[in-house]
Design a protein around this ligand. Sequence first.
Ligand code: FMN
Length: 188
Amino acid sequence: MGRTGRVVIAITGASGSILGIRLLQSLKGVEKHLVISANSSKVIEHETGMSVEEVRKLGDFSYDDGDLAARISSGSFLYDSMCIIPCSGSTLAKVSAGIADSLISRTASVALKERRKLIIVPRETPLSTIYIENMLRLSRSGVIIAPAMPGYYTRPASVDQMTDFVVGRVLDLMGIENNKIQRWNGIE
Ligand SMILES: Cc1cc2nc3c(=O)[nH]c(=O)nc-3n(C[C@H](O)[C@H](O)[C@H](O)COP(=O)(O)O)c2cc1C
């Protein structure tokens, strides 16, 4: 599959909604297809002060998580990558088990069968054995597990900088040029 210039972004109810929001704001020159889970609404409003409607507008196309007939749920809909950011333990478990009862889990399940690039950004600590096993299972299926873990070697001075670190690494994984992160250049 050549480059389509389309990406699918899903925001679920883990803490760290700002990661998904900042990723959407940073994605330039691509068509953004966005799904926000019902459970993420409370987290978005509590953590960012933004309304879900405002976040929805960051996508070029926005779908309801209950709409299993949305076009992104079909393998015939082509895109370059899908990213679930942040990804709750619940959505992670569903995707790992092949449960496809919401648009997000269905689209991820289709991404797996179509061998598309799927990036999952979990946010939880500490991690249970079940959570770790779910990540392992997905990693073995080709999913990129990119936890919301900022590096400290850039000496971040703000939450914004820590957020940008994670978002920059995700953009790298999506194959999208960016200057969000200060790249390691050895110790001077
Ligand atoms: C304020 C708040 C913070 C939460 N933070 C996390 C979290 O960091 N990680 C996580 O896996 N679940 C977290 N949850 C729980 C999820 O929202 C919950 O498991 C939900 O069922 C996930 O549904 P979804 O994956 O469809 O969005 C949080 C819930 C609330 C209300």
